[in-house]
Write a protein that binds this ligand. Structure first.
Ligand SMILES: Cc1ncc(COP(=O)(O)O)c(C=O)c1O
Length: 180
């Protein structure tokens, strides 16, 4: 941030912001408040669970927002999505519950993957990432068992942390695939 000149607009994608538990997470709002040339993007698709409504929000200075308002399409969100987004912002209990579910799922994944000898990259989001030889083969084997993960190139996978029963199902399927 110190090395970026003010002529450059800094865009920060904070799609997983609400999931972050690390106390040292970089606080983009401080930069916004100090007058930096910054646009912070947030979404209702992740912790709020409203991906199908296609709505999010941005935080930026008046000049940027005025320019964006000139360019944006007139009806780019719909009124139902806007109502739902406002209700979601008020629904603190949902966010707290989702954070708790995610944290518990994360610890479960860490522990289960470690027991299988797999070291996963520590996460601040609602998914884990770990190295896996032939990730495409794993993806296909799990797919046949009704479990969808995402291969990330040939040697790593990304797995979304779900509800406890979904997490257990993934681990059980993974164990079956590995032992086969
Ligand atoms: C890092 C990141 N940013 C942004 C998005 C976009 O979210 P949406 O377009 O649903 O608001 C996603 C969703 O997949 C994401 O993973």
């Amino acid at each position: 941030m110190e090395n970026i000149p003010d002529t450059v607009l800094i865009v920060v994608d904070e799609a997983y912001y609400e999931y972050v538990a690390a106390p040292d997470y970089a606080d983009s709002m401080t930069h916004f408040r100090s007058g930096r040339n910054i646009l912070i993007l947030r979404t209702f698709s992740k912790i709020y669970g409203l991906a199908g409504l296609r709505i999010g929000y941005g935080i930026a200075g008046k000049d940027i927002l005025t320019d964006m308002n000139r360019l944006r399409e007139p009806f780019n969100t719909n009124s139902v999505a806007q109502k739902a987004a406002l209700a979601a912002l008020r629904d603190k209990a949902h966010v707290t519950q989702s954070q708790k579910t995610n944290e518990e799922g994360k610890q479960y994944f860490y522990q289960q993957l470690k027991a299988l000898g797999i070291s996963c990259v520590p996460t601040q989001a609602n998914f884990v990432y770990f190295p896996m030889d032939d990730s495409l083969a794993l993806y296909n084997s799990l797919l046949k068992k009704g479990v969808i993960i995402r291969p990330m190139g040939p040697k790593a996978v990304r797995v979304t942390i779900g509800l406890p029963e979904e997490n257990r199902r993934f681990i059980a399927a993974l164990k079956e695939v590995i032992s086969a």
